[in-house]
Design a protein around this ligand. Structure first.
Ligand code: HEC
Length: 141
């Protein structure tokens, strides 16, 4: 009986994995969160990260004259997708001060739901491929 269960469970996992490859992975957020995030992002983040989270003009990997890094794109073309949600929240809360960065912290400025909404907003620019790789690396943690 138990063995049957294991067999069925593994068949199920394999077939879900097959689905994954052929269709888009389900996102953790709703379109309502993306819409809320769009407003909040435009008010709080776009001045540095660009209206569509495309980053500032120029090479985001090249340090500025003061030694700091420019605001990177958050639209999936840089490395925001290497970070799980918990780490994205940490950057949004604390900013870059702890590592000599220029980003201000938003811990007292945005509510927790608002922080998740801005993440939803910029993740919505990620391709399915990038989103899937983010999930594989434990993105939802
Ligand atoms: C004053 C400019 C500025 C503002 C405003 C700003 N950021 Fe940033 N952000 C940066 C910079 C610069 C970095 C690179 C790290 C550093 O130097 O602090 C960064 C890094 C990040 C990262 C890490 C990206 C990665 O690839 O590791 C995330 C996520 C992020 N910002 C999200 C946001 C969100 C969301 C908002 C709005 C709530 C916001 N930022 C507002 C300048 C800004």
């Amino acid at each position: 009986m138990f063995r049957h269960f294991i067999l069925l469970a593994s068949l199920f996992i394999v077939s879900c994995d097959e689905d994954r490859k052929s269709s888009a992975p389900a996102r953790w957020y709703s379109q309502d969160q993306v819409a809320l995030g769009a407003t909040l992002f435009s008010a709080n983040c776009a001045i540095c990260h660009g209206k569509e989270a495309q980053g500032s003009a120029g090479d985001w990997k090249k340090r500025l004259d003061d030694g700091s890094l420019p605001p990177p794109p958050l639209n999936g073309s840089a490395h925001a997708w290497h970070h799980p949600i918990s780490m994205l929240l940490q950057v949004i809360n604390e900013g870059g001060a702890s590592f000599g960065g220029m980003m201000p912290g938003f811990s007292d400025i945005l509510q927790d739901d608002d922080k998740l909404a801005v993440i939803a907003y910029f993740q919505n620019y990620w391709t399915d491929e990038v989103y899937y790789r983010w999930e594989l690396m434990g993105g939802a943690n």
